[in-house]
Design a protein around this ligand. Sequence first.
Ligand SMILES: Cc1cc2nc3c(=O)[nH]c(=O)nc-3n(C[C@H](O)[C@H](O)[C@H](O)COP(=O)(O)OP(=O)(O)OC[C@H]3O[C@@H](n4cnc5c(N)ncnc54)[C@H](O)[C@@H]3O)c2cc1C
Length: 381
Amino acid sequence: MRHQVFTEEQQIFRESYRRFLHAEVKPHREQWRRDGLVPRDMFRLMGEQGYLLTWAPEALGGLGVEDFRYQQIMIEEDALHGEPGFFHTLHSRLVAPYLRHFGSTEQQQRFIPRCVSGECVLAIAMTEPDAGSDLAGMKTRAEDCGDHWLLNGSKVYISNGILADAVIVAAKTNPQQPREMTLFIVERGMDGFERGRNLDKLGLKAQDTAELFFNNVKIPKNNVLGDVGRGMQQLMQGLAEERLITACISLAAGEAAFALTRDFVMERQAFGGPLSALQNTRFKMAAMRTELDVAQAYIDRCVAQHNEGLLSAVSASQAKYYCSEVEGRAVDEGLQLHGGAGYMQEYEICNLYANARISRILAGTSEIMKEIVARDMFGGK
Ligand SMILES: Cc1cc2nc3c(=O)[nH]c(=O)nc-3n(C[C@H](O)[C@H](O)[C@H](O)COP(=O)(O)OP(=O)(O)OC[C@H]3O[C@@H](n4cnc5c(N)ncnc54)[C@H](O)[C@@H]3O)c2cc1C
């Protein structure tokens, strides 16, 4: 069925990306998980192969391929053959688009070619110890000092936080208007910009998730991203794509859990036959297959809408909410069917289980997704 979704060219792209993962990623992922981060050179290698910011115009070093299907393919392949903690999709499709949509020509020329090549790794920093779902509680502030801004505050749980060379940081900029915020591009090496610990997480072990500190960081005026005071609106604009991406990642992880479990239950023997001969196993797998297929049809439609610029914030929230719940059920049932082996790190289902727990929290929690859907039905602030 899904061959109707992807063109022949896209299928070829999938095969070559999978070969790349088998050659350059899969053999190293255990080491990266032990190290707590993916080597910086991996971004450069991805860049050399043309896998980063595929949408970027040729004049800025990209391929000029807007079609989100290519990213969807990379996300799907990463789940089974790559390393889920390698957040190149966050770099390419979640952070870099802010430079495209709100960056000045000078900023685009300064950053995008280096992001395409993997020389400049990106992150986005909104969350703070006291402000996650409710960003209005943010304490990070920037003061206009004439020829520059002075940034003070801290951020937490920032993906790519250790590797990032440029971080888009949200800060409040108007003491009279507490909800007003502005986006700034903070660069590696700026005085007063420091990184804290690479945080020790339940899953996504190869992902460098860090605290960031800003102590009187002088931000040149030409590092303001977009309009002063419109940071919140700019962030909102990026959220539909961000939620679609996380939905695709969740669904791909659910598919990976299914594939690993199917192989395992066909192999593992108990009571004189394979686990796949037991009715409980068959029903669990049938239910999982059904949920994944139904979710996939919805996601494929969302991607088509996104390609046409028609994906609504509500549909993206439904996709993110539902797929992260499907993923949660798939990894849980999958681990159960693996028995004790499923609790061992050497079985990939164990990692998928640990990784999955964050999907219902990051990029907007399930509760916030439901709130967005409910607001669309009943109104509310
Ligand atoms: C691995 C990881 C990577 C991350 N990467 C990034 C990143 O790159 N950049 C970044 O800025 N942030 C990042 N985050 C932060 C993430 O987006 C936040 O953790 C998330 O938005 C939730 O915010 P919080 O942790 O402050 O929880 P809270 O907002 O304090 O929520 C706590 C609980 O209260 C519930 N709740 C809150 N408000 C409501 C409401 N109105 N109605 C009902 N329930 C509600 C939540 O659903 C949740 O269950 C990352 C987090 C993790 C763990």
